[in-house]
Design a protein around this ligand. Structure first.
Ligand code: GGG
Length: 357
């Protein structure tokens, strides 16, 4: 039994984030109890439209003091576009975490679970089982740029992609390390160096340089356009796929969609050096179109909790949650509507909790 008590900051955020979070916590509590893991949850209401409405900003000025000493952050979803522009909510919360806690790895598994129908023809579990490794602190998500002469016919808007050698090399090293640890030992790099003629050839150069340090890893690269087509046509080709901030974001929505639904996809925003807490959140956003109906799929939130336990070193507790997810999804009636079932958010969460052993 682990002697440490983990302190987890819990931030449900907006929309369905508020609905799936209780199910994530339900399952974490059961797994913690069964595996002798001691966890304490501190709840925060910021990173949400409600907080913004009261305070005029997404988070308090001392947000880092409030959550920076926790062992991890468990996050729901951000964004309420009817009330606040998406870029204001995202840059006011999640992107601050990623940058200021140096969470330069965004790790997102893509796996077809037993019993879950893939929208792709003739795919079975094992055919789709790979990781998307997304660069998480720079690239296309840069704040370098601006708007001049607004609302005139001279209006001019620019935003630069930023790639640093440190930033590119560290994400590539993480991805090659991961590929080396897997049976297939295969890495695919997402590029677009024919059209994006400065940053992407640089990315390719750094991939080639890093590959020399990993002679045991087979690697290839695809332009992002054909790579997305190959995700759909040949998902079995992939093992570890590494991409820039934007390419990684797109690929990690498309990948899970090929496994049935983006609703099951988890992610970790990871600071591998552990100087800061890492954030674990479902890949999906706040989904205003279905929020408030109690029908959101809680599996992405629950699986993110499993990733969090694994990151904290509580491997058995994490695995017990993933196994419980597999057993739940195998039963059609326990799945939510997006996967052809009729369970609501709570029923699906309870089913996973009951399956944890
Ligand atoms: N739970 C993830 C979330 O709320 N995502 C909102 C979003 O739009 N994220 C964009 C990003 O991850 O870059």
């Amino acid at each position: 039994m682990s002697k440490k008590q983990y302190r987890i900051a819990v931030i449900p955020g907006d929309g369905i984030g508020k609905e799936v979070m209780p199910e994530g916590l339900r399952v974490l509590e059961v797994a913690a109890k069964k595996h002798g893991v001691s966890v304490h949850f501190d709840h925060f209401d910021f990173s949400s439209w409600d907080y913004y409405e009261k305070h005029g900003q997404m988070m308090p000025d001392d947000w880092k003091d409030k959550i920076g000493k926790h062992d991890a952050i468990y996050f729901g979803a951000v964004g309420w576009p009817a009330k606040i522009p998406d870029h204001v909510s995202l840059w006011g919360s999640l992107i601050k975490f990623r940058r200021e806690f140096d969470q330069y790895v965004n790790l997102r598994p893509v796996r077809l679970m037993p019993g879950v129908p893939s929208p792709l023809a003739n795919r079975k579990p094992g055919d789709i089982d790979f990781w998307v490794v997304r660069e998480n602190t720079e690239g296309e998500y840069s704040s370098v740029g601006g708007r001049m002469f607004p609302d005139t016919d001279r209006e001019f808007v620019t935003q630069q992609t930023v790639m640093t050698r440190v930033g590119v090399d560290r994400i590539l090293k993480f991805a090659f390390d991961l590929a080396q640890s897997r049976p297939k030992k295969h890495l695919t790099s997402a590029t677009k160096s024919n059209g994006i003629s400065i940053t992407m050839p640089y990315w390719d150069e750094r991939v080639e340089a890093m590959a020399k340090k990993f002679p045991g890893v087979k690697w290839d690269k695809y332009h992002i356009d054909i790579l997305t087509a190959n995700f759909v046509l040949h998902p079995d080709w992939f093992d570890v796929v590494v991409g820039s901030n934007l390419f990684g974001d797109i690929l990690s929505d498309l990948g899970p969609a090929c496994t049935g639904t983006i609703g099951i996809a988890p992610s970790g925003n990871i600071n591998p050096e552990r100087n800061f807490p890492s954030v674990f959140e479902p890949v999906h956003g706040s989904a205003p179109d279905i929020a408030g109906q109690g029908i959101a799929n809680p599996i992405g939130m629950i699986w993110s909790g499993a990733m969090m336990f694994e990151h904290l070193g509580e491997k058995a507790a994490g695995k017990s949650i993933v196994d419980a997810i597999e057993r739940t999804l195998a039963e059609r009636t326990l799945r939510t509507k997006d996967l052809g079932g009729n369970a609501d958010t709570t029923a699906c969460g309870k089913a996973v909790a009951e399956m944890v052993d």
